[in-house]
Design a protein around this ligand. Structure first.
Ligand SMILES: Nc1ncnc2c1ncn2[C@@H]1O[C@H](COP(=O)(O)OP(=O)(O)OP(=O)(O)O)[C@@H](O)[C@H]1O
Length: 761
């Protein structure tokens, strides 16, 4: 027996407690199996009814297929740690139960604790990824998002509510591996079924934080902290605004909030949740979290460079160009360019048609006047084409003099309509219109802006000559940059989508039911097609979550704003990590995107990522980057101080390789090497043969990511990259969960210990 082998009383208690949880988990799985059989039976029954074919039977079949499909889909998903928590509670103030079968009151009854500080546990709840009721509707597992699960996250020794003991259960598949307890009321002697309530382990949070990191973020569902839980469960009305320093869990909280909102109101969020992330790397790092929480389908995680369909931009502009492209001054330039690009078609300078048997012409000046007239308003350029066509016909008709020849209005109207019909079917007219008022695409206009002379004309009094030159040059590249995407999106609005005949949707009887995104095996293919079509057609979302919001430029805010005009929002960010150099301008664009919706503000204060030793070093840069800003409190310390390395007589490549190799030997998980943006290709080559645990990153790509260990290469180079360089350096220094090495380049002026000038006291 394990208890005898190790010989400790503690281990005996631990084993007994693990055994108890194992019994519970076994009951849960037995119940899940029953539910799966039930669902399978329903599916078969539905299939039989389908053959009857009367309308009533078909409708009932659809409803049954739907319900059974939902069950099967949920139950068939194998979760690593399906059941992860438990709370033992005192009797509540009232005896009322909620829909999940648990008592609702948060506060204990006045007499729940006896005068001698003893109490009886009145209710035990197990918390898991989905809710499971037993055959008598008693809760076997409470969904982590249900109100009854909130005390699992909210209870603290200062404000324990009814919770006496909070337990995190670690399991793999069907086997319970361990338990970790926290006592919320250590002063109490509580009993459960007559026996004293035991306490095992020393805290689940620390165990989670110390684990090695991989290239995929893990969910934090078993260790969400109270201040984070308040954000996750904040009501969805209007704007939830969250600030917090590096590592305070903003990204994790945003993802868990998406899952929570879907649970709360699936029907409302069938309109889709959009999560905007700064880089494809962060998308890849975080996209597994929602599926692990049992949510897929309704949430789109998109990098800010991939928000426009058909474009996946990863290239970065040099800071001076990015500053122009991101600025709201571009709105004016783009409006002018969209109108100016009309003139670039190869239309002849006169329009000549044959009507009523003779030639009718419009001269260049007349055409110019018509164009000017049509463009008078602010309507989208492509949508003005029908108006341009009509004014051309008006002018041609006036030239024929036919309008004055007939006084009978009916006859005149008939004549006019046959004129319109004849002329507009003439090739000479349609060819002219196509060239003179071409259907413009955002790409075509942006391409036209790559011409210095044209751009100078369109940006007169908005951009200076140096800005024009740099912008035009950057647009001559053959790939789009991340900042170009917001320009393309703005142009789409300025141009308007050309009118297309609407595709008629086939009628789907299941449309009347909610939650269809939870796939049903029998209809899997058509459901997927439907989801894809919906995603393609979707240009607006019911809820928009912006991660790393401090980095959005004004033009990007406009782009994101258009996707959530009627949405509620969750905006998470940290001004101290902003890589955008004109924060006031971005704040203005953000306020415009969010409109006048009221904001509920939250601040996260605890750094769960960096050990205190690394956080302390980063705080020095924070003091330079944003004097007076407060660092979040690091929750743990490892005793390993950051290492400083100067080049000496070795070169940078060799030094960085050696340091990366050294860290690979010291940590189990990943190593990130952060360099200035213009060194990223070079750094990738340095690390080529060190395996896939190590990654080279440009400073801007490090956003939001984390590694067991990091090498930050030449702080001075990173800081000098742009006006926001110190804040970017702050980001780079806060990526490690265990160890940090700083390599100084020539520019860093390291002291005798290798500490670069920027990081000295
Ligand atoms: N309650 C928690 N329990 C366990 N781990 C947590 C908790 N909160 C945060 N973490 C972990 O801390 C790390 C940092 O979280 P996250 O990336 O969400 O922070 P962030 O505020 O977005 O950071 P940054 O601003 O630097 O991008 C992650 O590994 C996350 O899993």
């Amino acid at each position: 027996m394990a208890a005898q082998e190790t010989g400790g009383v503690v281990d005996t208690i631990r084993d007994r407690e693990i055994g108890g949880e194992q019994d519970h988990l076994d009951r849960v799985y037995r119940r899940l199996e029953e539910k799966i059989h039930e669902a399978e039976f329903l599916m078969q029954d539905a299939a039989r009814r389908g053959q009857v074919g009367t309308p009533g039977a078909l409708a009932e079949r659809d409803a049954q297929v739907f319900r059974a499909g939902v069950h099967l889909n949920r139950l068939n998903s194998e979760f690593e740690d399906f059941l992860f928590g438990r709370i033992d509670l005192l009797r509540g103030k009232d005896g009322k139960k909620g829909p999940d079968g648990a008592y609702t009151s948060v506060e204990p009854a006045d007499d729940a604790v006896r005068p001698d500080n003893t109490a009886e546990i009145a209710e035990t709840l197990h918390i898991g990824r989905i809710g499971v009721l037993d055959a008598d509707y008693a809760p076997l597992v409470i969904d982590w998002r249900a109100p009854a699960a909130a005390p699992f996250y909210r209870s603290t020794p200062v404000d324990p509510g009814r919770v006496v003991r909070r337990r995190v259960i670690r399991s793999k598949g069907r086997k319970v591996l361990g338990v970790e307890d926290d006592l919320m009321r250590p002063e109490l002697t509580a009993t459960l079924g007559g026996a004293e309530l035991p306490v095992v382990g020393d805290g689940a949070l620390m165990a989670a934080l110390g684990q090695a990191r991989s290239h995929a973020m893990r969910d934090i569902v078993s260790s969400i902290q109270a201040e984070q839980d308040l954000v996750i469960r904040a009501p969805a009305a209007s704007v939830t605004y969250v600030e917090g320093g590096p590592g305070t869990g903003k990204t994790a909280v945003a993802l868990h909030r998406a899952a929570y909102l879907l649970y709360q109101d699936r029907r409302r969020y069938a309109g889709g949740i959009l999560i905007v992330s700064p880089t494809p790397l962060l998308v890849a790092y975080t996209e597994g979290v929602l599926p692990s929480l049992g949510e897929e389908g309704q949430v789109a995680i998109r990098a800010v460079g991939s928000l426009v369909d058909g474009v996946e931009a990863t290239a970065y502009d040099e800071p001076a160009v990015a500053r122009v492209k991101g600025s709201s001054r571009m709105v004016k330039v783009l409006r002018k360019a969209a109108r100016g690009a009309l003139e670039l078609g190869d239309a002849p300078d006169r329009l000549r048609v044959v009507a009523f048997g003779r030639r009718v012409e419009l001269e260049a000046q007349e055409l110019q006047r018509i164009r000017h007239n049509v463009l008078g308003g602010t309507a989208p350029v492509n949508l003005l084409r029908p108006r341009a066509r009509r004014l051309l016909l008006d002018a041609l008709y006036a030239k024929t003099g036919a309008g004055t020849r007939h006084t009978d209005p009916e006859l005149a109207a008939e004549l006019r309509s046959s004129f319109d019909e004849d002329v507009s079917s003439e090739d000479s007219f349609t060819d002219f219109l196509n060239a003179w008022w071409p259907e413009l695409t955002p790409r075509r206009v942006l391409f036209a802006m790559a011409d210095d002379k044209l751009l100078a004309r369109w940006s007169r009094r908005v951009l200076n000559p140096g800005e024009v030159r740099r912008l035009a040059r950057s647009l001559r590249r053959d790939t789009y940059s991340v900042h170009d995407v917001a320009l393309l999106d703005e142009l789409q609005t300025v141009l308007g989508a050309p009118a297309r005949p609407r595709r008629k949707r086939e009628v789907d009887p299941l449309d009347q039911l909610t939650g269809l995104e939870e796939l049903m095996p029998v209809r899997e293919e058509s459901q997927r097609e439907r989801a894809e079509r919906l995603a393609q057609e979707r240009t607006e979302y019911a809820h928009v979550i912006v991660d790393e919001a401090q980095d959005l430029t004004p033009m990007q805010w406009r782009m994101v704003g258009r996707r959530g005009r009627h949405a509620t929002w969750t905006v998470v960010g940290d001004p101290a990590q902003s890589s955008w150099s004109v924060p006031d301008e971005a704040a203005e664009a953000r306020d415009e995107a969010l409109g006048t919706r009221p904001r509920r503000r939250f601040t996260l204060t605890v750094n769960y990522r960096n050990p205190a030793e690394i956080a302390e070093l980063a705080a020095k840069v924070l003091a330079l980057a944003m004097p007076g800003a407060e660092s979040p409190r690091a929750v743990r310390s490892t005793g390993v101080v950051p290492r400083f390395v100067a080049l000496g007589d070795r070169d940078l490549a060799e030094t960085v390789r050696d340091e990366a190799r050294r860290l690979l030997d010291r940590v189990e998980g990943t190593v990130g090497v952060v360099v200035a943006m213009n060194r990223r290709e070079q750094a990738a080559r340095w690390l080529e043969d060190l395996g896939d645990r190590v990654v080279a990153l440009g400073s801007l790509e490090a956003k939001g990511l984390e590694y067991d260990a990091t090498v930050v290469v030449s702080p001075a180079e990173i800081a000098d990259e742009s006006p926001a360089g110190l804040r970017v350096l702050y980001v780079a220094l806060t990526r490690a969960t265990q160890q940090l090495t700083v390599v100084s380049g020539r520019r860093d002026e390291p002291d005798a210990d290798g500490v670069p000038d920027l990081l000295r006291d």
